[in-house]
Design a protein around this ligand. Sequence first.
Ligand SMILES: [Zn+2]
Ligand SMILES: [Zn+2]
Length: 94
Amino acid sequence: MGRAGQQMKGFDMVTEAASVCKVEEGEVLDAPMIRESFGEPVTVKPSCGGQAGRWSCVTCGYDPPNQFYKDTHIGEPGEHRMAWICLEHGIEVP
Ligand SMILES: [Zn+2]
Ligand SMILES: [Zn+2]
């Protein structure tokens, strides 16, 4: 009997997929970067539908400066939880 596992060599290096999700309304965010930006844990608010604000990945603590960087970032392997930081209200559901 040979080692069947050997013939799969080369196929077991599966690229880690990107996983993207959004923060949820009512969720309390308490990451170090949240405390750094807001000074305290922040409760996610419902979206106001406004356009003034920026994206933030709360998993990585990364704020993409524009849509291009955001799309690039969420294509990277690992988990990304995206939040919308509204200029008026703070963190909202995207
Ligand atoms: Zn808002
Ligand atoms: Zn991220």
